[in-house]
Design a binder for this molecule. Structure first.
Ligand SMILES: [Zn+2]
Length: 527
């Protein structure tokens, strides 16, 4: 029992402004999984427990059912056909009141008896076949609307070849298990050189079963390059910022999903037990629990958990690849695409305390969310603060000063039917517009140089009234000496310091409405 409780994600429940969803719900989902496993133990011990119809089964679930018109009550959290992200045992998807469900013959009979519109889709002793049928569809393989990594790279590389001034490829590292290259693509007004421009990052597929994110980033990448010079809005984004795109972070996991091997593969492909066989559930490391901000507070230390955080922070090459990217570029804003839930998680809610920049971050999250229509309209995405641990957004904000937004696209499954894919992409590109509009300020564009030589300095820029000790000090980039920092219009105090130079304190620096407010700081050498 302790084993499973210890394995629960203690990333910090986000209770505020939550209507039963969000991280808090995922913690409860963790408990639900715990409950199922405990029940199995009790049943094995001969203890008869009263369990829900889809809770635990004594015989194998050999049937895949389609259940139509699932009533709202049955969809709710403790409802009979509730969907949760980690369930591979019963409800595999629940989209627009239609569920795909694994069941025993007795469970099938019970559902029909109780008035559910359940029909049998497939019978097999091989559970993976049933999961494939539910999530890939009748062909049992990835629908052609989705792309494999090789296809994404081939198209992007062709753009690099034909538009070298607009897009460049940067290899960030290689995957943990199969040493596949992990690529970022850089788009700017002259991609051949690093630009002294505010950075914006889009990444996807930390969780490899959430392949919608890769499609969104891939679509955005093509749009940025091909519509430059034609679409004034896109032209303006590219001219005034340096945009990095990482279509797939977890490349090995993405291959397990897109090759048709397992549509529910979430973690990377690490052969955790070292038996020489990789990619068999539940192996792998959750690469969205591998960053070094409150690492030990996030995920699970149990290797068979869906949220296994690995042996130590940055144990996984996928996380080191992202760390390498953040060494190349400072970002003002970023998005990490996930899927399932139609909600944006932002940093953060940590032990009862909001993030230092909470008011502004929440405003931006709300702005982006308000532009992304849900699959079934007329509503838009929700927002929720996430826990401050080990995940990319906590690390990007806490360590690197990036306002990062984890966008959960679509609802009811990880792998959406082909007819839903274009709509989810289009809706999320509207969210990109809202984000990019924020990447031009208001805020401070601090430029720090050595007063004697004029050389740019890697200096700390501290706004002590905002940035408490929860977050690392923000710095200018060493190459250009620039630090772009989003702020609401108003007056701010700054402390600017750099080893070998006299620290400067600036009081009541005014940030005006509109674009970036420039602030030149020339630091005097100590001697
Ligand atoms: Zn995810």
């Amino acid at each position: 029992m302790i084993r499973w409780i210890r394995g629960a994600d203690r990333g910090g429940p986000a209770r505020r402004r939550l209507g039963g969803g969000g991280i808090f719900a995922s913690r409860r989902r963790g408990r639900a999984v715990t409950r199922v496993r405990l029940m199995k133990k009790w049943l094995m011990a001969g203890v008869l427990a009263a369990v829900g119809a889809m809770g635990a089964a004594t015989e194998p679930r050999t049937l895949l059912l389609e259940v139509r018109d699932v009533p709202a009550a049955a969809q709710q959290e403790k409802g009979r056909l509730a969907y949760n992200d980690y369930n591979r045992d019963t409800v595999l998807s629940l989209v627009r009141n239609t569920a795909f469900v694994l069941a025993t013959p007795a469970e099938f009979a019970a559902l029909k008896r109780d008035g559910f519109h359940a029909t049998q889709v497939m019978e097999s002793a091989d559970r993976m076949q049933l999961i494939k049928r539910a999530l890939y569809g009748p062909t049992l393989t990835l629908p052609a609307i989705y792309h494999r990594y090789g296809q994404i790279v081939a198209v992007a590389d062709e753009l690099v070849r034909t538009h070298p001034e607009r897009i460049a490829r940067v290899q960030l590292g290689e995957t943990t298990q199969y040493h596949r290259p992990i690529y970022a693509y850089r788009v700017s007004r002259d991609a051949r050189q690093p630009q002294d421009q505010p950075g914006v990052l889009f990444d996807a597929c930390h969780h490899s079963d959430e392949i919608m994110g890769a499609e969104i980033v891939f679509s955005l990448l093509q749009k940025l390059v091909l519509d430059y010079g034609r679409d004034p809005e896109i032209t303006a984004w590219v001219n005034r910022s340096e945009i990095y795109l990482v279509p797939v972070v977890n490349v090995d996991g993405h291959d397990i999903v897109t090759s048709g091997r397992d549509p529910r593969w979430r973690k990377n492909a690490r052969d955790v037990n070292g038996d020489g066989v990789a990619g068999i559930f539940p192996e792998g490391v959750d690469v969205n629990r591998g960053y070094d901000f409150n690492w030990a507070m996030g995920g699970s230390d149990q290797p068979d958990s869906e949220r296994y955080r690995g042996e130590h922070p940055f144990s996984e090459a996928e996380n080191r690849a992202m760390r390498h990217l953040l060494e190349l570029k400072h970002f003002v804003l970023s998005v990490s695409y996930h899927s399932q839930g139609e909600v944006i998680y932002y940093p953060w809610w940590w032990g009862g305390l909001p993030a230092p920049d909470d008011a502004l971050i929440r405003e931006i999250a709300g702005d982006i969310a308000g532009h992304i229509a849900t699959m079934d309209g007329p509503g838009t995405y929700a927002i929720s603060p996430g826990g401050a641990s080990s995940q990319s957004y906590a690390w990007l904000y806490g360590r690197k000063g990036v306002f990062d937004f984890l966008i959960e696209t679509g609802k009811g499954t990880h792998l959406f039917a082909p007819e839903d894919v274009p709509g989810i992409i289009a809706a999320n590109l509207e969210g990109v517009k809202a984000l990019m509009a924020r990447s031009r300020g208001p805020g401070l564009a601090v430029h720090v140089t050595d007063a004697r030589t004029g050389q740019p300095l890697a200096a700390e820029v501290w706004l002590p009234r905002i940035e408490n000790n929860m977050v690392d000090r923000r710095t200018t980039d060493a190459v250009f000496g620039h630090y772009w920092r989003l702020l609401r219009p108003g007056k701010y105090d700054l402390i600017i310091s750099c080893p070998g130079h006299r620290t400067e304190v600036r009081h009541d620096v005014a940030v005006v409405q509109g674009d970036w407010t420039p602030l030149e700081v020339k630091l005097q050498p100590d001697n």
